[in-house]
Design a protein around this ligand. Sequence first.
Ligand SMILES: Nc1nc2c(c(=O)[nH]1)N[C@H]1C(S)=C(S)[C@@H](COP(=O)(O)OP(=O)(O)OC[C@H]3O[C@@H](n4cnc5c(=O)[nH]c(N)nc54)[C@H](O)[C@@H]3O)O[C@H]1N2
Ligand SMILES: Nc1nc2c(c(=O)[nH]1)N[C@H]1C(S)=C(S)[C@@H](COP(=O)(O)OP(=O)(O)OC[C@H]3O[C@@H](n4cnc5c(=O)[nH]c(N)nc54)[C@H](O)[C@@H]3O)O[C@H]1N2
Ligand code: SF4
Ligand SMILES: [Mo]
Length: 692
Amino acid sequence: MQTASTPTHCPYCALQCGMTLSPLPKGGVEVVERPDFPVNRGALCGKGRTAAAVLSSRVRLTSPLVRSGGSLVPATWEEALDRIAGELGRVRDAHGADALGVFGGGGLTNEKAYTLGKFARVVLGTSQIDYNGRFCMSSAAAAGVRAFGLDRGLPFPLEDVPRTGCVILVGSNLAETMPPSLRFFSELRENGGTLIVIDPRRTKTAEQADLHLAPRPGTDLALALGLLHLIVAEGRVDEEYVRERTVGWEEARAAAMAHWPEYVERITGVSVPQLRETVRLFCEPEAAMVLTARGPEQQAKGTDTVGAWINLCLATGRAGRPLSGYGCLTGQGNGQGGREHGQKADQLPGYRKLDDPAARAHVAGVWGVDPDSLPGPGRSAYELLDALGTDLRALLLMGSNPVVSAPHAAHVEKRIGSLDFLAVCDVVLSETAALADVVLPVTQWAEETGTTTSLEGRVLLRRQAVTAPDGVRSDLEVLHELAARLGVEKGFPVEPEEVFEELRRASAGGVADYSGITYRRLAEENGVFWPCPARDDEPAPGTPRLFLDRFATPDGRARFVPVSHRPNAEEPDDDYPVLLTTGRVVAQYQSGAQTRRVDELNAAAPGPFVELHPRLAARLGAAEGDRVAVVSRRGRAVAPARITTGIRPDTVFMPFHWPGEGRANTLTNPALDPTSRMPEFKSCAVRLELAE
Ligand SMILES: Nc1nc2c(c(=O)[nH]1)N[C@H]1C(S)=C(S)[C@@H](COP(=O)(O)OP(=O)(O)OC[C@H]3O[C@@H](n4cnc5c(=O)[nH]c(N)nc54)[C@H](O)[C@@H]3O)O[C@H]1N2
Ligand SMILES: Nc1nc2c(c(=O)[nH]1)N[C@H]1C(S)=C(S)[C@@H](COP(=O)(O)OP(=O)(O)OC[C@H]3O[C@@H](n4cnc5c(=O)[nH]c(N)nc54)[C@H](O)[C@@H]3O)O[C@H]1N2
Ligand code: SF4
Ligand SMILES: [Mo]
């Protein structure tokens, strides 16, 4: 039994709130406040407060499961690991290494993400690895790299927010998705700053705003262009900054000038006076920020959309200056670190590019392999899932539940079903694990030590606080055992700190340089911000604020990108006249695999619903609570109506946390952004029917 309290961090979102796990007299732990961590200062949302419930063996997997005669039955670890290694080897022999797929998750620690990427390339030799972060902030990441030469969610700590003059929150409902962070925005307003929220729904976040703009889903690109048009027309461009710190303004300016405010009003539904007011509030103060989240990013034009908001910051000199900048509110617990260390299709550790010969040579050197043996870039997440059962024959999945969370989920489920072999590592029997041939029960969060990198780019130590239940092993042990069975005896340590030491070397000199960070430092400090290159003489300081002197491009200047409005991949028509958008509620997390196993959270958010405007409800003849069928070109989902004036009358909203008939992703459109390969989760055309 544990005897001491352990300071650590929450298992769920990218805020990575500090918490303390304190032993209970009868065994187990409880979550208690940890006021010393500056991001949440003790505050936790309901998910964080109840996180210890998912440690209970009542809801956990505690034995490997192997499919036998159609059902999953308990097996020993030896049997399960042998079966996985045997099947992966067999498929590789029969169809080649690229017939093996690996799918990871942004909730995995840095150590796991790093090891999974190395395992795919070194042990399996496959190019076919990607992860669920592709569904998350990949558009913002792509736009950040394009404009600034580097993608770190926030280029400044959240504690800068209260001291800026204005924040535009584009498509973030942080009052529900990161509740303790709301305090920074309330303090901003108390200090005289203004908060503008852009969301088709009057969310809890929008209710806090000085100005709420409610555009039609998928029109944020046009909205940003209209604002930039007005900024030029009103003479509010910071010409000196544009000259000294950017390139590409003329083309971006010309593209924006084609978007007249009246035209933008017609596309977005946001009135010209509201556009003008937004420009005034954003441009008048000394400093201002634009923060995006999934609203504008999860679009088939997400990269250009974020690019348009970055252009707005660059034209007004609001990037790379104190208390100003563009940031993305990254979502998953290790959503930031998870995209830096090599589980992404095109990437090597340290945020290096897989097709860069120097990067390949460096990482191959650390791994002790021939650079030519490293495969090239593979498919993106949806493309990978869509290829299952074709040339991709076997899949190892760790840290995601795509049966609930992938777009066009019924199709993905079918593709998964057509695999020769599926192995899933999870802490619970998720909907995807239930389809596997082998399920391995793994340790999570408080049962193991590891690092995560929060949405601020702050690398944190999440410490082990409890002993794992019998029968459970860590993801690192799984990869170690599988590597050994597939003939690679060395290079897959099971100790997280040993992995981190290697990650430091692999990331050294890269964009996301962790070489100056050690477990010892992380145990003493409240995190260290990357890049943090090692220094010989003293602890490296880390970089809380990026770009103050220069951007991370070769010439140090930020890049404007000329972008233009384009419609959604699917616009409403006579057959499907309404737009569906999707998102989250405060009490459930993602596919719900973890939070749907917590009584208190289920009581607060028991199931799916369809949020719709009274006018739309009246046309349909639906009353509050009536079962409504939402039908898209891909399928049909049914959930009770929740009628509210807080949503546009041309739009319905569904949260995506549940499987079964209310699964929102039965409906969503897998149209992909050409650059980031992000699916269009935030808009598709649907029709509504009353269900029996
Ligand atoms: N409770 C809870 N918290 C979470 C999570 C969770 O599942 N549950 N998940 C975590 C993760 S991984 C993530 S990525 C974050 C996500 O955090 P958020 O991005 O805040 O979450 P969403 O609800 O997906 O989307 C935010 C808002 O976008 C709006 N929106 C929809 N379409 C559009 C559009 O076209 N334009 C604009 N401007 N807005 C639009 C929706 O109405 C919604 O209110 O949350 C993290 N925190
Ligand atoms: N319609 C719609 N769909 C969406 C979105 C949306 O806004 N709308 N948002 C998208 C976004 S932003 C995201 S991030 C995805 C997320 O969707 P998913 O990728 O499905 O994310 P989770 O539900 O967090 O799944 C994580 C799984 O890993 C398990 N797990 C937790 N810890 C560990 C661990 O340490 N090791 C292992 N092996 N397993 C672990 C959990 O039990 C769970 O089954 O959903 C996307 N899907
Ligand atoms: S806001 Fe995020 S990190 Fe904080 S307690 Fe809630 S889920 Fe955990
Ligand atoms: Mo996410």
